[in-house]
Design a protein around this ligand. Structure first.
Ligand SMILES: Cc1cc2nc3c(=O)[nH]c(=O)nc-3n(C[C@H](O)[C@H](O)[C@H](O)COP(=O)(O)O)c2cc1C
Length: 234
């Protein structure tokens, strides 16, 4: 499994300092690459701190946020939300490889502080930056949260023995971030066909679905069709 998948956790406490020029260039290079692949209009905002200033909107959970990546795209783009999740998670894991902290943020920020062309829609944002070493209390809270990760067996229904490549893919999905830690994407392995679905009961479900698909294919290869009840091809 990719190191970044195992190491990643949501970082909410940053140093507040600007990223160095080389790292910013690399992030912009990666964003260009994923924009070309996806048709999204992902944007790096060097100082997006304003969106995290209001304790009312952030519930005081974030500290010293500076740089923010905004995931937006043409409102008519098919599977816009899922693509934000899929390509965004690809970018997020690259940022983890660079030693940076990241956190997807769907709700607890001020959306109005980012500009967006009229034909586009902001799906979600991601904080990025050098981060503060966690203190004992934060480490404890994180360990408690990660104990709530569901076992891989509960994320799949199967009518036969589950092959190793499916198990390994789902183990990577277990380590994926999800909105309010809901861990909803669910797999089926029936009649030799693998598929994934998510109950459509939250504004962030499609982002979660894209993230889960990325973790799976990043680990076991292959691809999924876009959309819900997506079918896998090796
Ligand atoms: C689509 C999505 C939206 C999220 N929105 C928020 C948010 O608004 N505020 C926040 O503090 N964390 C947010 N998170 C982070 C989740 O709370 C976090 O992934 C989850 O609790 C699991 O913890 P971990 O990422 O450390 O494994 C979001 C994650 C995802 C995938």
């Amino acid at each position: 499994m990719r190191d970044a998948i195992e190491k990643r956790f949501s970082v909410r406490g940053y140093t507040g300092e600007s990223l160095d020029g080389e790292k910013i260039e690399k992030i912009k290079f990666l964003i260009n690459k994923y924009n070309e692949q996806s048709g999204l209009d992902i944007q790096f905002v060097e100082d997006g701190s304003k969106a995290f200033d209001s304790a009312r909107k952030t519930y005081g959970m974030f500290r010293n946020v500076r740089s923010v990546i905004v995931f937006k795209g043409n409102a008519e783009l098919e599977n816009l939300d899922e693509k934000a999740g899929f390509y965004g998670e690809a970018l997020l894991l690259d940022l983890v490889d660079m030693g940076l902290g990241t956190c997807w943020v769907g709700g607890t920020f001020d959306k109005e502080s980012f500009s967006c062309p009229e034909n586009e829609r902001i799906v979600i944002v991601m904080t990025v930056g050098e981060y503060q070493k966690q203190n004992m209390k934060e480490k404890f809270i994180l360990a408690q949260l990660h104990k709530k990760r569901k076992a891989w067996e509960t994320r799949i229904d199967a009518d036969t023995d589950i092959p190793d490549w499916v198990k390994e893919g789902i183990e990577a999905v277990v380590l994926a971030p999800s909105a309010v830690n809901s861990q909803k994407p669910h797999f089926n392995y029936k009649n030799g066909e693998l598929s994934v679905n998510i109950p459509d009961d939250h504004s962030m479900t499609k982002v979660d679905l894209g993230i889960a698909k990325y973790h799976f294919i990043c680990t076991s290869g292959g691809s999924f069709t876009w959309g819900n009840n997506a079918v896998y091809t090796k």
